[in-house]
Design a protein around this ligand. Structure first.
Ligand code: C2E
Ligand code: CA
Ligand code: CA
Length: 854
């Protein structure tokens, strides 16, 4: 795989930075242009203001000129009238209104044509001697009409007489400026007039500058709206005309404003257009930049992601135990990850280019076909076999994916161990770990399978339940390894007796089940059973020992006995029980009366309740002898039931019923008392042993009951032996130990009965306070003078000696067995050969005979 590099290219970066540079410079430009725009505006405003200012100054000058022009004009008019000899004669030397007014020398035309509202002559005594107001001759004084004292002006006019000039001043006449022009009357250049020596009279013209006149005046000089100043308006240029407050105002031209009005909108719209353009461009570039930024960011991110994913791929490919493969359209390997070599031990180079079918094989047929059919599925997985580099068969799981039209790729996981483990688990769940035989589960499956195919009378199915006799002590005494060895050997022997179609299963410690098909006759089955037992009875060589065991077989047949697996199993078990009852080493077919016996048992149950009350129980005693000296050591009390209809019944028929129904307590009490009473009459060295049922231990008061029996009979506790089987200790070892210690405290002896038939006799023997053990008669049965079961008995005797226990062999039926027991130095013996159980009277007689010296 090519490495694309992990850093994003610098071109992209430059691109992005260029863009932001462009954006920045655009912003800069806009700012600069804005500044320039503002500057221009400011400049424009400044220029406009300056122009306005200049225009105002101009208008001021013009206004001044206008008024001065008017003043000049009026002065020259007044001078003309005052330096006139006739006027001096008719208005100073004597006042002649007729000459002045009527003859229109100084008459109404001064108002109508020249516009002077007031024409006055003030005499040498400062009295108004001639007054023409609005063209009419009036008898008002100058001061009275003007409301101003013109004394100063008059005085000034008299002074300037020699210069022949007029003087003037502006006054405020009720808010209207008025020009008052004065000149002293003088004869002028007229030689006919002789001036007197009085102060000259003074001629005064008053021109009221009312609005129309002022406006006209101004207009002549290009001044707009020249008018009397209103006191409040200070915003307009003002020209003060006199100290007295007369002033004029006008509206100056504002060329700057015009400029602004003209240029500003243009400038503003240009600015707006530019601003909009800049905003638009900025917006576009920003959006573009954003897109580019995003694109750039996502490009960078995707580059990183790609790089990371490649790195991840490499790491995973190298770290995982899987290998990765790729094939082309012809299914030839085009890629194999490095792990391939490590996992398979095959060379990568030699496999690349080879067809996939050459290396991998599947149960599903050719891989090429399978790929075509399945690779499009989401989870196409195929289990394949291949041969590893070192030639071992391996299994891998192939995940397959189609590369669009170009071939396939996927991973391969080595699952050899997984598959083997699964197979092993499957095997273990179906098989017995020790012997490798089928277990109960497998057997049931097999049986059900066989039953489904309907066995017929011609081809029946036989179900054999096999239980080993005398196997437990092998386990206990020679060790579990020896026990396992025997079980393995037994398994092989059993399997050796069967044909391929049949099944042998181990369903318990020493219990086996055989399912046999196609044995047409009972004779055939019987001969099979014979063969099986013969096989098992052959000695087993375990370490240096020769071990002998046997087997009991119960048989149930389908379809005769049952057609259901469960029933078949139960019936085979019932038959097995019968076989064991029949003395072991044998077989029994299930029979209907075996069920009938169960019914019979129900009857016995109810009968047994009466038996105790109606005194139907009998106690027999079987003597026990010391092998050394052949002396009577004691007798075992064995209960019988004298049934009114069925005769004398053995304990195995009713003890289990008594245990189940709780009748065992009264029954056992009866035995205990009867035995103790009988023994009390015997010689002191003869002991009596009484069998105890395991249920007695659980239902309490045993110690008290024994104590009572001893007390009632007066028997010495040391002469009472209690026989217990290991099942007493199985349920509640601690409880049993407490009771046993209580019994020991009474002084009675404790024997372990049926030694060798239980599971852990040996360990109990060590940890419980026993005084002796009784070897089960099944061991003694196998004992012959020549050898037989000798090693086990010998081991038990040795063990008893080591634990200081009295060892009694039960069921001695032949002189050979007796001598064999002698050979192994067994302590005591009991059996039909020595003496059968007998009633109380008979035992008493026997004892008397033995002890009687006569
Ligand atoms: P067990 O304690 O093993 O008693 C010995 C049994 O072996 C007796 O059978 C006896 O008749 C039989 N036997 C003695 N010698 C030989 C022989 O040489 N060969 C053969 N084949 N058998 C021999 P029994 O009397 O039928 O007693 C059977 C079992 O019933 C006893 O086995 C014992 O477990 C139980 N049992 C007997 N009496 C009582 C009792 O009073 N109370 C309780 N709880 N159980 C009792
Ligand atoms: Ca017994
Ligand atoms: Ca016994």
């Amino acid at each position: 795989m090519e490495n694309l590099g992990v850093a994003p290219s610098s071109a992209t970066q430059t691109h992005s930075s260029n863009l932001s540079l462009a954006r920045a410079s655009l912003l800069g430009c806009s700012a600069l242009l804005l500044a320039i725009f503002l500057l221009v505006t400011a400049l424009l405003v400044y220029i406009a203001h300056d122009q306005n200012h200049e225009a105002e100054a101009h208008s001021h000058f013009d206004s001044e000129n206008a008024l001065q022009g008017f003043e000049k004009l009026t002065r020259s008019i007044v001078k003309d009238y005052a330096f006139w000899g006739d006027a001096y004669r008719h208005l100073h030397l004597q006042v002649d209104p007729e000459w002045a007014f009527v003859r229109q020398n100084l008459g109404s035309t001064l108002f109508s044509d020249l516009g002077y509202q007031g024409v006055f002559v003030v005499g040498p005594d400062d009295r108004t001697v001639y007054a023409l107001v609005y063209g009419q001759l009036q008898s008002v004084t100058l001061q009275g009409w003007l409301n101003h004292s013109m004394a100063a002006l008059i005085a000034q006019a008299r002074q300037d007489t020699k210069n022949a000039t007029a003087v003037s001043t502006f006054v405020d006449m009720d808010g209207v400026p008025a020009l008052v022009t004065a000149a002293a009357l003088s004869p002028g250049t007229d030689p006919s007039v002789h001036p007197d020596n009085r102060p000259p009279s003074v001629l005064l013209f008053v021109a009221r500058l009312d609005p129309a006149r002022l406006e006209a005046l101004g207009r002549d000089f290009g001044v707009e709206q020249l008018r009397a100043a209103s006191s409040g308006d200070t915003s307009l240029p003002t020209l003060a005309l006199a100290d007295g407050g007369a002033a004029v105002q006008w509206t100056p031209e504002r060329p700057g404003d015009q400029l602004l009005v003209l240029v500003l909108p243009l400038l503003a719209s240009a600015g707006l257009v530019f601003g909009l353009m800049a905003w638009f461009i900025l917006r576009r570039t920003t959006a573009a930049a954003r897109i580019m930024d995003t694109e750039h960011a996502s490009l960078v991110a995707s580059r990183w992601a790609l790089a990371a994913s490649e790195e991840r791929f490499r790491d995973v490919a190298e770290a995982s135990s899987d290998w990765i493969w790729e094939v082309d359209g012809q299914l030839h390997f085009t890629y194999l990850s490095e792990r391939f070599q490590v996992v398979t031990g095959l060379s990568r180079d030699s496999c690349l280019g080879r067809p996939v079918d050459e290396i991998l094989r599947s149960d599903q047929g050719a891989l090429s076909t399978w790929f075509k059919d399945h690779a499009r599925r989401a989870n196409a997985v195929l289990q394949c076999n291949y041969q590893s580099g070192d030639g071992r068969a391996r299994i891998c799981r192939l995940s397959v994916r189609e590369i669009e039209g170009r071939g396939y790729r996927g991973t391969a996981t080595d699952i050899t161990e997984e598959v083997e483990a699964r197979r092993r688990i499957e095997y273990l769940s179906q098989h017995d770990a020790l012997t490798g035989l089928a277990n109960r589960t497998r057997m049931q499956e097999f049986l059900e399978g066989k039953l489904k195919s309907m066995p017929t009378l011609e081809t029946p199915l036989a179900m054999l339940s096999i239980d080993l006799d005398r196997f437990k002590p092998v386990n206990d005494l020679l060790g579990h390894a020896a026990g396992d060895q025997v079980l393995n050997e037994v398994s092989q022997r059993l399997a050796g007796c069967l044909r391929g179609d049949d099944l042998v299963a181990r369903i318990g410690g020493d219990e086996f089940v055989l399912v046999v098909v196609g044995m047409a006759s009972y004779q055939e089955v019987e001969s099979l059973c014979r063969r099986l037992i013969d096989c098992i009875e052959l000695p087993f060589s375990i370490a240096e020992h020769e071990v002998f065991i046997s087997a009991s077989i119960g048989i149930a047949m389908a379809p005769v006995d049952a057609t259901l697996a469960e029933e078949l199993l139960r019936y085979a078990d019932i038959a097995l029980y019968e076989a064991k009852e029949a003395g072991r080493n044998t077989w029994r077919f299930y029979a209907g009366d075996m069920n009938a016996r169960i019914v019979e048992r129900r009857q016995l149950e109810s009968d047994l309740r009466l038996a105790i009350k109606q005194d139907q129980l009998r106690l027999h005693f079987q003597p026990r002898y010391r092998l050394q000296g052949k002396q009577l050591a004691g007798a075992e009390a064995l209960v019988r039931w004298q049934h009114p209809q069925r005769g004398l019944l053995g304990p195995e028929l009713f003890i289990p019923i008594a245990e189940e129904t709780g009748l065992i307590l009264p029954l056992s009490n009866w035995v205990l008392h009867t035995a103790c009473r009988a023994a009390a009459s015997w010689p002191d060295d003869v002991v009596v042993s009484v069998n105890l049922s395991p249920t007695e231990f659980q239902r309490g008061h045993l110690v008290a009951r024994v104590k009572a029996a001893l007390a009632e009979s007066g028997l010495a506790p040391a002469r009472l032996e209690l026989e217990l089987t290991e099942s007493v200790m199985l349920d509640d070892a601690q409880g049993a130990l407490n009771i046993m210690q209580g019994l020991k405290a009474l002084g009675v002896r404790l024997l372990m009965d049926d030694f060798g038939t239980g599971y852990s006799s040996l360990s109990y023997l060590r940890s419980f306070p026993f005084d002796g053990l009784k070897i089960d008669r099944s061991f003694v049965g196998g004992l012959t003078a020549g050898g037989g079961d000798r090693s086990i008995i010998q081991a038990i005797v040795g063990l008893g000696r080591a634990l200081s226990l009295t060892v009694t062999a039960e069921g001695v039926e032949t002189p050979d067995q007796l001598s064999a027991l002698n050979d192994v130095q067994c302590d005591e013996a009991q059996g039909f050969y020595l003496s059968e159980p007998m009633d109380a009277q008979a035992i008493a007689q026997l004892i008397r005979r033995k002890t009687d010296p006569s």
